[in-house]
Design a protein around this ligand. Structure first.
Ligand code: G6P
Length: 599
């Protein structure tokens, strides 16, 4: 969703800092961008299109002032035009505001302001905020009072920051949308996400809903909306700013695919003891999962596929478990009992649908556990327990390394369910997995497969058991970044309808790993082959599926529970190469955003 950056105290470098921050945040939204810098006067520049359009417009210009805010947009209200880009201003062009989220009651406020003579230039919900501040200031309120009053009127989700001409202060507030301060000795930063300012400081202060932050040349302060002082912890994040660069890869997605061995090693570190065959995720997680009589998983997108996988895994341990698309969970919450555990699987820890499902569970008195990548994220802070997957920052909109780490993490949870004691074979398989991913990366023929099938009409993916979530994820990856029609199906379901779509120009990727049910999937592959559709087998060689396949993407043999990670790496690479050959914007696919903070 939209990205926000703010900086106070960087003097003449303010504009550069804002533009740097926006380029680090572009994965949150990239259909328009803008900045506002306040010195003696207020300068605002904004453009529709990617950040480079704004950078070109500002080339050679300086916006004087050491207080600024910036925004990269993912449209909700109104198409991506210059007028709808943030920052938005009031009638006097002295207040500038950036916003992430949706203001649900904006229409009535807009009508009220219009009746009082305010004129609007955009179709956004955000534009009411500078006008509310303007109206209060006209009645004699200070900038701070006017900001608090404006925020107090808003319903919905928001992370908001405002600057005023001639003032050296940024005011910011949040409700249901992340906002974090970056604290350095000589300057203070604001971000919708830590990477916004990570190259300047790794000391952060997470804002909570209902809090107001004041960033000024004298430092920073956090209060409640009513103005009461709030003690905040300053935390140090352990991500390196180099981790947010492309490190020579053409795309973040490719870099992150190649980071998977390291991400998996980090996920395992100090949690798995091969000698004793034990998995230790700490007492809190052990208590939570061992006491759970049933598990409901809530998640969206790629994380939902990891949740589907986890549900299957937990059921295999004898624990009733079901995965829900988070937005549907909220619409129709399933029954629970006292010993139900709700697990939110979310890379960012900020996805609005997932947070809403977790909050719904908490309201009903159900224990919650977050499986997330982002330390200090909203899910991490709000849930009763948290398991970090430790993948490092993931910038590409299409999730890759975090899916693999989520699958690994839920395997460790499953081991802890059984009192933390896993078989030596399984613990060895866990330990070997990062190296096997490396083997896939080194030996893959995914590029050739992509070249052969790049002109296909559509792509279908099938699998059963643990391979089914991989089929779903393979299809999601393909549609996200190639914009080609792609669908995943349980292998057995293909003949109940989707087979009607299969032609000689619709390759079917069959994920066939492990033993359980694999022979049946081979049967489904034969049905496909009989209809002249090309078959790409993604397999560990335990069946003879290769005999019926036009192409084979091999994966090393491992424990059947872990094979899906390896198969998925092959499919990530196929999608990447198809998208690359089609010239798609791989890291910033159209219409999508990395972190979706509206429901
Ligand atoms: C967005 C992203 C997806 C991601 C989903 C869930 O839709 O584009 O790549 O899988 O959100 O994100 P989360 O941070 O909750 O895992």
């Amino acid at each position: 969703m939209c990205g926000i950056i703010g900086a106070v105290g960087r003097g003449d470098e303010t504009l550069d800092v804002l533009l740097d921050g926006l380029s680090n945040l572009e994965y949150r939204g990239y259909d328009s961008a803008g900045v506002a810098v306040s010195g003696g006067e207020l300068s605002v520049a904004k453009r529709s299109g990617e950040l480079e359009v704004l950078e070109d417009a500002l080339a050679g210009k300086s916006l004087p002032g050491s207080v600024g805010i910036g925004h990269t947009r993912w449209s909700t209200h109104g198409p991506p035009t210059d007028e709808n880009a943030h920052p938005h201003m009031d009638c006097t062009d002295t207040v500038a505001v950036v916003h992430n989220g949706i203001i649900e009651n904006y229409q009535s406020i807009k009508e009220e302001l219009a009746a009082a003579g305010h004129e609007f230039e955009s179709e956004t919900d955000t534009e009411i905020v500078p006008h509310l501040i303007e109206a209060q200031r006209a009645d004699g309120a200070s900038f701070e009072e006017a900001f608090r009053h404006a925020v107090g009127r808003l319903e919905g989700s928001y992370a908001i920051a405002a600057v005023l001409e001639g003032s050296d202060t940024v005011y910011a507030a949040r409700n249901d949308s992340p906002l974090v301060l970056g604290v350095a000795d000589d300057a203070t930063y604001l971000g919708s996400d830590v990477p916004a300012f990570l190259e300047f400081t790794d000391r952060v202060v997470y804002l909570e809903d209902g809090e107001v932050a004041e960033l000024s040349l004298d430092g920073w302060d956090v209060t409640t909306l009513a103005g009461e002082s709030v003690e905040k912890d300053v935390r140090t994040v352990d991500w390196e700013s180099e981790e947010t660069g492309k490190s020579g890869y053409d795309h973040y997605m490719l870099k992150e695919i190649h980071e998977q061995p390291r991400a998996l090693r980090q996920c395992l570190q100090e949690r798995v003891d091969e000698l004793s065959g034990t998995v230790d995720l700490g007492d809190d997680i052990a208590d939570a999962v061992q006491n759970a009589e049933s598990i409901q998983l809530v998640a969206c997108g790629t994380s939902y596929h990891a949740a589907l996988y986890a549900a299957e895994l937990f059921r295999s341990q004898g624990v009733p478990a079901q995965a829900f698309v988070a937005s549907e969970y909220v619409t129709s919450p399933p029954p629970h009992d006292d010993d139900t555990l709700v697990v939110g699987v979310t890379q960012s820890g900020e996805t609005a649908d997932t947070l809403s499902a977790l909050r719904d569970a908490q309201r009903r008195g159900v224990d919650t556990l977050a499986v997330t990548n982002v330390v200090g994220s909203t899910a991490a802070r709000e849930c009763d327990g948290v398991l970090y997957i430790r993948s490092g920052p993931e910038i590409g909109v299409a999730a890759t390394k975090t899916f693999s780490a989520q699958v690994l993490a839920v395997n460790m949870v499953a081991a802890v369910m059984g009192n933390g004691s896993a078989s030596h074979e399984f613990v060895s398989a866990l330990r070997d997995l990062p190296g096997q991913v490396q083997t896939v990366l080194d030996e893959t023929n995914a590029r050739e497969v992509a070249e052969r099938f790049v002109d296909s009409d559509a792509y279908f993916f099938i699998g059963r058991g643990y391979d089914y979530p991989v089929a779903m994820e393979g299809a999601l990856k393909m549609k996200e970044i190639s914009y080609k029609h792609a669908e995943g199906f349980p292998a057995g379901e293909l003949k109940h309808g989707p087979l009607a779509l299969v032609t000689a120009n619709t390759p079917v990727f069959a994920v066939v790993t492990g033993e359980t049910g694999s022979e049946k999937t081979v049967g489904n592959v034969k049905e496909v082959e009989a209809r002249d559709a090309p078959v790409v087998a993604v397999t560990d060689g335990r069946t003879d599926v290769e005999r019926y396949a036009d192409e084979v993407l091999e994966v090393p043999e491992t424990d059947p529970r872990l094979a899906p990670v390896l198969a998925n790496v092959q499919l990530q690479l196929v999608s990447y190469h198809v998208a690359k050959q089609l010239g798609r914007n791989i890291d910033k696919p159209r219409n999508l955003a990395k972190s979706v903070t509206v429901e």
